[in-house]
Design a protein around this ligand. Structure first.
Ligand SMILES: *Cc1c(COP(=O)(O)O)cnc(C)c1O
Length: 551
């Protein structure tokens, strides 16, 4: 549903889309025969402005697809709610490290022959109501397969559904399989033939993240024949079509995005074998200029094979510190440019940026403001940089942003806090490399993976995080960062976890940062060598190739 390639192309909302983009970039580097397909999102997700009290104001994101993409001449038609909606696509060619090209296609219904409603269907990412969403999923899944065929991709070995939003592609494949005879005629052998070609990655243990549509709506949008067919195929529970079940039922390989997420997903869907492939980030995209220069100097061929980052152990600690200082100065300058606020380049700076969803608990660090104040006043200065958007219809997420603003106000005499508007890939780039510590405080076990901490790690920025998602695998206490709490089981409670967070800051992290900078630089270096060399998209894509794509 979303692919994030570059900050100037606003076709993503967060981690899911950025991961898709990073995956495709790594596949291009490896020269894999792969294409990406998504929607155009002519008006983006939304542009976020924040008022003085933290109220979020949303507006459409302005951009010009023609400035970035090539329009393709092909047209396909998809029947939606009784209308034959015409679909075109735009192509973006990713260039891999060895010059291989990997096309990404953006589907677009803004064509003069469509009705005003039809034309608006590829405007907003995650906009509108569930009818709008289902129409988009028809375009993505069914229109996507039709477009691939029109573009000449006749023999696709594996269709990889990145989250259930694209699961209707199985309907298109089933209809191809039965030669247009309709879903009612699908038999076990047809089911198996489609299953042999599909791969599904589930991305969230949060139930609201799994799309479901009432069968009445499915019947209106897709037609009663398809709705009845889906019902007969057993993909509907309680008169709702669940996209996750649809994808599970028609995939030969299913995975979660970290070891723990695989376990949690098996608990949610006990009838299906669900493996894990832990996420990774595209290292050339997320390595800051100062660290690129440093790696060029000390790590031969790190661009061709990022596993070579293991040899970051050979980089002198002084050089790590200089490179980080440059990144931190860039961060201070970027924040000054955007907000007029000047942060102190010598103070411990903690970064926190992610979607403002309730389970991410952006406010955990503010649970006991007196304790936080006393740490900053007695152990060493602290400053915080925040960013993140709340979904336009997520009132609780918006309230979370306001709470961060209230905390900023209450802390103003002891801790500086800046909240940057409109979190995007550009802000992510200077934040993850410029801060000294990356904070993550999700409610266990709801963080499927998390990838921003991986971006930080390759720039030598350690994490302080709840043991959930990727951090269960990436955390070595005092070596690659620090945990909040000691275990990854259990539910996690706010009082205990916030105390654990304060304890780590007060007793370990700040004393190391201010008292033994070379010790801190050692943690930075291990973050690169131990975590950068593993939590990268090259390793992830190779795992997909070996475990999921190959038959
Ligand atoms: C990397 C990234 C994310 C995902 O971060 P998480 O750690 O998974 O929350 C979200 N938004 C942007 C803009 C990013 O670059």
């Amino acid at each position: 549903m979303e692919i994030g390639l570059d900050a100037s192309i606003p076709t993503y909302s967060g981690g899911l889309g950025v991961l898709a983009g990073d995956t495709l970039k790594a596949a291009a580097d490896l020269g894999l025969p792969m294409v990406g397909i998504t929607l155009l999102h002519r008006k983006g997700y939304f542009t976020q402005r924040l008022q003085a009290n933290g109220d979020q104001v949303e507006s459409p994101t302005e951009w010009m697809p023609s400035a970035h993409f090539d329009e393709m001449p092909d047209r396909v038609r998809v029947r939606i709610d009784g209308e034959e909606v015409a679909v075109r696509c735009w192509r973006y060619l990713l260039k891999g490290y060895h010059g291989d090209e990997l096309p990404v296609y953006f589907l677009d219904t803004d064509l003069p022959e469509n009705s005003p409603v039809g034309r608006s269907l590829t405007d907003y990412l995650y906009g509108g109501d569930s009818r709008y969403r289902l129409c988009q999923e028809v375009i993505l899944g069914i229109g996507g397969v039709a477009m691939l065929r029109a573009l000449g991709y006749a023999n696709v070995r594996a269709f990889h559904m990145n989250e259930g939003h694209s699961a209707l592609l199985t309907v298109a494949l089933l209809e191809e399989q039965v030669g247009g005879r309709g879903l009612q005629s699908v038999g076990p052998a047809d089911h198996e033939a489609v299953r042999e070609r599909c791969v599904f990655t589930t991305h969230t243990p949060v139930p609201a993240g799994h799309d479901q549509f009432p069968l009445d709506l499915v019947s209106e949008i897709l037609g009663s024949e398809r709705a009845d067919g889906l019902h007969a195929l057993g993909c509907c529970v309680d008169h709702t079509l669940n996209m996750t079940y649809l994808a599970l039922s028609f995939s030969r390989y299913v995975n979660g995005v970290a070891m723990r997420h695989g376990q949690v997903s098996r608990g949610m869907f006990p009838k299906y074998p669900i493996a894990s492939i832990t996420n990774g980030v595209h290292v050339p995209t997320w390595t800051s200029k100062p660290f690129q220069d440093l790696f060029d100097k000390f790590i031969p061929r790190w661009r061709a094979d990022v596993q070579n980052l293991r040899y970051a152990v050979s980089i002198p600690l002084e050089d790590i510190r200089y490179a980080h200082e440059a990144c931190k100065n860039d961060l201070v300058a970027a924040i000054y440019g955007r907000t007029g606020r000047r942060l102190d380049p010598n103070a411990m700076t903690i970064g926190y940026a992610r979607r403002a969803a309730t389970y991410k608990r952006a406010d955990l660090i503010f649970h006991d403001l007196d304790r936080l104040r006393s740490i900053a006043n007695q152990v060493g200065p602290l400053q915080l940089v925040y960013a993140g958007k709340a979904h336009p219809r997520d009132a609780e997420g918006k309230a979370m942003i306001r709470r961060v603003f209230e905390a900023a106000e209450a802390l103003r005499d002891s801790v500086s806090l800046v909240y940057l508007e409109n979190y995007d890939m550009e802000i992510a780039s200077f934040l993850i490399s410029g801060v000294d510590l990356w904070l993550n405080t999700p409610q266990k076990p709801q963080e499927a993976s998390g990838t921003s901490g991986m971006k930080a790690a390759i720039n030598g920025v350690p994490s302080l995080s709840v043991l959930d998602g990727w951090w269960i695998e990436g955390h070595v206490e005092g070596v690659t960062g620090w945990s909040i709490g000691e275990t990854w089981g259990g539910e996690g409670d706010i009082v205990r976890e916030s105390e654990a967070l304060y304890d780590k800051l007060e007793r370990l992290i700040l004393p190391l940062f201010y008292g033994r900078p070379s010790g801190y630089a050692q943690v930075m270096r291990s973050s690169i060598s131990l975590n950068g060399s593993f939590f990268n998209a090259r390793r992830m894509v190779l795992q997909y190739r070996e475990n999921a794509y190959r038959l």
